[in-house]
Design a protein around this ligand. Sequence first.
Ligand code: G
Ligand code: G
Ligand code: NA
Ligand code: MN
Length: 252
Amino acid sequence: DVSESALAEALALDEFEPWFQPQVAIDSGFVSGVEALVRWQHRGQVIAPSRFVPLIERSGLIDSFTERVLARACAWRTRWLQQGVELKLSVNISMLNLVRADAADRYQAIVQEAGVKPREVVLELTESAVIDEAAHALNVLARLRLKGFGLSIDDFGTGYSSLAQLSHLPVTELKIDQGFVAGAPRQPRKRAVVEASLDLARKLGLSSIAEGVETIEEWQMLAELGCDHAQGALIGMAVPGHLLAERVQAWR
Ligand code: G
Ligand code: G
Ligand code: NA
Ligand code: MN
């Protein structure tokens, strides 16, 4: 229902705007970061990324799209800092973005231009995509790491990665898929997947975050299992950048 020319026009008109969902440290309860989740403000409607990101990936616009979102998200981070709020910034990238050999240099230039350091930014990659094209992407991922970017495996548990492959990726964070988090306190098999993922993160020296946390029971289970961070409706959904600084107070 979305055409390629509409997407190209939306890029030209700057209609893609990141919103931001809080990420909270489970031990302190403090908001430590936000994930940028892009919204398309099109003809008075807000369109979610699942409806257009796949088409952007197929249309050859994904590099300009990701770079625009990264630049805008970093600009917001710098504005919040001026308001006294310092947050880590997670930005989703597509596996296709790693095809360009100069992606790491370009992202470094973009964040620096906005007054942000690479170590203040985490790039989230979907597990299945990462693993499928690990050979092509590994070099770019290593360059991003060397520059200081954090790297997160998004939707962990839904892909096909072997543990051997995972142990060779230069990533810094595992993000447990919301499908395993939802209802896990009452479903032993889901809880086992969450627990095993957290054990793996610890043993590989990676930080851990659970997404889609909706209930106190899920939060308590994650605390018991030693998960580092949580993100989800229990804490707050994504909000526009101009609302973030005041919301951070309410979220903690
Ligand atoms: O809130 P939600 O509908 O926003 O997000 C749906 C999906 O879209 C998530 O899987 C998320 O990773 C993805 N997504 C959100 N923003 C971006 C983005 O800027 N780039 C990419 N590649 N994916 C995004
Ligand atoms: O990056 P990713 O695919 O994981 O994006 C997460 C998606 O989940 C986004 O669409 C976001 O809006 C959504 N989301 C965030 N928190 C919750 C939650 O607590 N419950 C549910 N069902 N969805 C959530
Ligand atoms: Na994500
Ligand atoms: Mn995810």
